[in-house]
Design a protein around this ligand. Sequence first.
Ligand code: HEM
Length: 510
Amino acid sequence: MAAKTIVDLQNSSIFILLCLFSCLCYSFFFFKKRNSQGCDLPPSPPSLPIIAHLHLLLSPLLHKSLQKLSSKYGPLLYLRVFNVPIILVSSASIAYEIFKTQDENVSTRYLPTNEGSLFFGSSGFAIAPYGDYWKFVKKIFTTNLLGPQALERSRGIRAAEVNRFYLNLVDKATKNESVEIAEEAMKLITNSMCKMLIGKSFSEDEEKVRGLLDETDVMSKKFFLAAILREPLAKFGISLFEKDLASISHSYDEVLEKSLLECEEHNQSSELLAALLEACQGKTGEYKITRNHIKSLFVDFFIAGTSNSTNTIKWTMAEIFENPKILERLREEIDSVIKKTRLIQETDLPNLPYLQAVVKESLRLHPSSTLLLRNFQEGCKVRGFDVLEKTALVVNGYAVMRDPDVWEYPNEFKPERFLPSSRSFQEDETKEEVLKYLPFGSGRRGCPGSNLAYLSVGTAVGVMVQCFDWKIEGDKVNMEEVPRTMTSTMAHPLKCTPRLRNVKPLISIV
Ligand code: HEM
């Protein structure tokens, strides 16, 4: 662990030095001032010569330091890294204005792509420009994976995995063994995702895939700076992390190709894979894609769908353990709606408003993706200030969801605020201020998996609350966050031992 940290620090120092050196040369030789003369740009904090605000983006917990920056200098800031302009938004009302009036204009993420790579490559979805390819993929994935009807069709897959998750915890409880919540949640979510995406689990490659997801997570952290510095470094022909990307991409390729071949051989593809293979053969007539596209899309959806949900499950359980009264109220609700004879299932969730409110509140305080990254394609006005074309947009979702102007007791865990009977909840709905709640982003590039996420997180948390008492290792939960990440991830394992609440195991309706 210590060795890993040292290597990580070394890597980031080398990376920062490389960036500084390259961009210094760039600024010296190629610096062309963007035409901002005569523009009324948003306020800007003091900057350093040449690197401008780069140093502000190197902080270990970026979402928190940017939140501090905006409480000092204002909720709409103009930052610069060398000559790359960035707009930083930290208040709910400005985020609302941008997503309401500029949604199409900010519907592209200008992130670095690597030709041929399955991960951050040009055939993926999350960094595809807003256009025909993106729309085509969104339609296929909504129809066959994430839309309400597709989710209903795949309910059996998730129910079987939830039952496996439950039986595994029963086994641990019987043996009085401890579990790490994120590890168990990760197994549940990756198995369900694999079966929904491809049609089968990764079986013997399960461990390899989980290792890959960890590597991917570490890699994603570095992409924030890579995205910002893409333009200057590209002038030197420097593409950051090319080797790391190629290695991750190669590993994903191996696992996916093996799984695709097995599915084709045994004719057991998921409905999504079948639709993508048809598009591959040009049968749909809309857009012809290649096998590489299919693998890139699977990598994107697999990563987006697993890490965030796992993270949310861990944060939610941590908050529940920290608030015994909330645990008690959740149990009362679940026991009165479901009784003590069968296991909670997805279709119970609409009848469990308090459980839903707990998950929502956990996503508000601990949004997995703390910073939303987009780019203004065209110049426009925000709050009367000029924004130049191609400016990067960073919405600090973490700060927006703790904005004291729109949230009462913003730093406290208060699920009641999301109950339908809550006064502020109703006011928000009528004021259309829903954009103060951004755990899934917003607009057309907002998360397409939010419905699936609510189902998966709700049932996983529901099972752990309904069926077990928990003995936490160390008695207190350590809520520290992992530094240098783009996500809000708990730094320490959440280890605890489950104890069965009922002597008789509950019946699962699969
Ligand atoms: C608790 C779980 C999840 C959280 C907190 C989450 C959060 C987010 C956020 C904040 C974004 C960026 C939105 C923006 O820029 O406005 C995003 C994008 C995305 N998410 Fe999720 N997500 C979750 C689960 C899922 C699931 C289950 C899937 C699918 C299986 C998924 C697929 C995606 C994809 C494909 C994108 C990129 C969308 C695009 O570029 O058009 N996410 N997610």
